[in-house]
Design a protein around this ligand. Structure first.
Ligand code: PLP
Length: 394
């Protein structure tokens, strides 16, 4: 393991958490094993009773490959510890279950991934945990929404698909007034563009399926924060069987070593695509943190290092016309995910926000003619040419 505190993000992405085995493998090998043998009963008891580190059982997360990837994740977010999960939803579910009891309350601000909305709105009420969902334009009402039973304030920033940014420091301060934890989904920004813990968040959640995995070929999640807050979550992870598979942890570490290179290239290309769309006559509005103005710009400047690789645009047409534009794209694949090396496009009303009532969608700024782009690693000129052709109807 490397002491990484003084090193840059790219160096830490490569070296944090890595160890060589006795064969000299240049980074942490894949230990796919479900269990590990001990030299004696006394050795086993030392580990089971917490006197020595060891690896009795992979489902507990006690596996050298998983631990290595978790050390890397914690380092990149500047957190004390990380837990790696089988998916982003697993990370969220274990966090909510570990930190709330029956009768407790969660506040989920602004737009969130549909699965998160379903977990909070449909599943957790079955165990007596309720959630209030203020819209982005209702953030000012937070003091009246927070209660003595609010345990967690949760939000994505930038949020999907409006790319609205939320002031992490200000919201965390308000959450603290009632003793609630602030948990930020940092999937869209990645640790390259934003570190919520530095701005007062207590916990950071990732769908590692997206930018951290980066190649649309693995499903994983992560939770990062102080060890004291992660300990109860680790118990739920263990007993719900949500721990990341060693093979996936190995692939995730492989991907994270190139995370800064990928995300910085995606930042640059997305900024060029956003600038192109902003001047196109068939586009009425572009949502991109790098183009933010006013209060949104102030927040971006205060907490983000760059605008990221995600953007959305509202077209001057209806839902059918928008679908036709999407269908004419050739380099952007039609898919609801994000964060991979290949560019993706989705029309939120057909995927991520399909289930939402049209009036509620309108209140939340999700137009029928909105497209969301996840910008990959292709050349910016090629992506812009593809968009130009599709918008012009060629
Ligand atoms: N958070 C965000 C912002 C997402 O976009 C998603 C999935 O799309 C999730 C969480 C859930 O992650 P996973 O698909 O890894 O369970």
């Amino acid at each position: 393991m490397t002491d990484s505190t003084a090193q840059g993000l790219s160096t830490r992405s490569v070296h944090a958490g890595e160890h060589r085995d006795s064969e000299g493998a240049v980074h942490t090998p894949l230990y796919n094993h479900s269990t590990f043998a001990f030299d004696s009963t006394a050795d086993l008891l030392d580990v089971v009773e917490g006197r020595k580190p060891g690896n009795p059982c992979t489902r507990y997360g006690l596996n050298p490959t998983i631990r290595s990837t978790e050390t890397k994740l914690a380092d990149l977010e500047g957190g004390e510890q990380a837990l790696a999960f089988s998916s982003g939803m697993a990370a969220e579910a274990a966090t909510f279950l570990a930190h709330c009891r029956t009768g407790d309350h969660i506040v989920c601000i602004g737009e969130v991934y549909g699965g998160t909305f379903e977990l909070l709105g449909a599943n957790l009420p079955q165990v007596g945990i309720t959630t209030t969902f203020p819209r982005a334009d209702e953030v000012g009402r937070l003091p009246e929404i927070l209660t003595g039973r609010t345990r967690i304030v949760f939000f994505e920033t930038p949020a999907n698909p409006t790319l609205t940014v939320f002031d992490i420091a200000a919201l965390a301060e308000q959450a603290r007034t009632v003793g609630a934890l602030t948990a930020v989904d940092n999937t869209f920004a990645t640790p390259v563009n934003q570190n919520p813990l530095q701005h007062g968040a207590d916990l950071v959640v990732h769908s590692a399926t997206k930018y951290l995995g980066g190649h649309s070929d693995l499903t994983a999640g992560a939770l990062i924060g102080p060890a004291g807050l992660l300990a109860p979550v680790a118990m739920w992870r263990k007993n719900l069987g949500q721990t990341i598979a060693p093979e996936t942890a190995f692939l995730l570490a492989r991907s994270i070593r190139s995370l800064p290179v990928r995300v910085r290239a995606q930042n640059t290309t997305a900024a060029a695509v956003a600038a192109f769309l902003a001047t196109h006559p068939r586009v009425s509005r572009v949502h991109y943190p790098g183009l933010a103005t006013g209060e949104q710009k102030r927040i971006v400047d205060a907490q983000m290092h760059a605008g990221g690789g995600m953007l959305s645009a509202v077209l001057n047409t209806d839902a059918v016309g928008t679908a036709a534009v999407v269908d004419r794209l050739t380099l952007f694949a039609i898919a609801p995910s994000l964060g991979g090396v290949e560019s993706l496009v989705t029309q939120p009303i057909t995927t991520t926000h399909h289930g939402l009532d049209p009036a509620e969608r309108a209140r939340r700024g999700i137009a029928d003619s909105m497209i969301r782009l996840s910008v990959g690693l292709e050349d910016a000129d090629d992506l812009i040419a593809d968009l130009a052709r599709a918008l012009d109807g060629d």
